[in-house]
Design a protein around this ligand. Structure first.
Ligand code: SF4
Length: 220
């Protein structure tokens, strides 16, 4: 039986972070993560406790349950502006590698898409991806050891940059934490974390600063 895919939401927008900043893409946000179950009451005891995304259910914009790769592929293709080239799809989540497989990757490529994934790195990569962004979270065990882009939310007590020194990448980014788990004022914490990340990059030039530009652009 074909595999069904559970999608929280999907939309056409611009990439707001990292090396593909500003690039038009269809984003496919899969439901569920292996580092947090999405329940607020379990956040503090989860491996990842600062998630700022609703990862439960399939009720977001253009979300749903898709019976197989053909059905999801057609759905995502319909979100790309008709007739325009440079098709690019970013699978994110939740943790996309709970669902993204070689069948779906190949199918998206047969429809003309370059295929990217944004993963927490705790699950093995399926073959054939065109772009891999790994963003380690908390005290999780990261099994992906090479990627195009390593994006570390900073600072993380359980995951300082030295903990990911074994991961090689084409680009290394620090992304200031914007959603403190302890409920502190987000704006103040974000400004302070941005200053800390900036200082870290100045002292460790392998790393570059990336900010969540889509929030400034007021887009998804
Ligand atoms: S790993 Fe990502 S999707 Fe999962 S809980 Fe953390 S921030 Fe959210």
């Amino acid at each position: 039986m074909a595999k069904a895919y559970r999608v929280k939401e999907a939309f056409y927008s611009l990439q707001g972070e990292g090396a593909q900043l500003g690039r038009p893409a269809v984003f496919c946000r899969f439901a569920k993560c292996n580092l947090w179950n999405g329940r607020e009451e379990d956040r503090a005891t989860s491996v990842c406790n600062f998630c700022d995304t609703d990862i439960t259910g399939t009720d977001g914009q253009n979300g749903g349950i898709f019976s197989d790769a053909n059905a999801l592929g057609q759905h995502l293709l319909n979100l790309w502006p008709n007739g325009l080239g440079h098709q690019y799809v970013v699978f994110t989540g939740g943790e996309p590698l709970l669902q993204l497989d070689e069948t779906l990757i190949k199918h998206m490529q047969s429809l003309g898409f370059e295929v990217a994934v944004e993963t927490n790195g705790t699950l093995p990569l399926p073959a054939g991806l065109d772009w891999v962004c790994v963003s380690p979270k908390g005290a999780s065990t990261v099994v992906v050891t090479h990627c195009n882009e390593l994006k570390l939310v900073f600072p993380q007590a359980d995951c300082p940059p030295e903990n990911v020194a074994h991961i090689t990448a084409d680009y290394y980014y620090l992304s200031p934490m914007a959603n403190p788990a302890d409920g502190s004022d987000k704006d103040i914490i974000k400004a302070s974390n941005t200053r800390s990340a900036l200082q870290f990059c100045l002292q460790n030039p392998k790393w570059r600063l990336t900010l969540q530009a889509h929030k400034h652009w007021c887009i998804d």
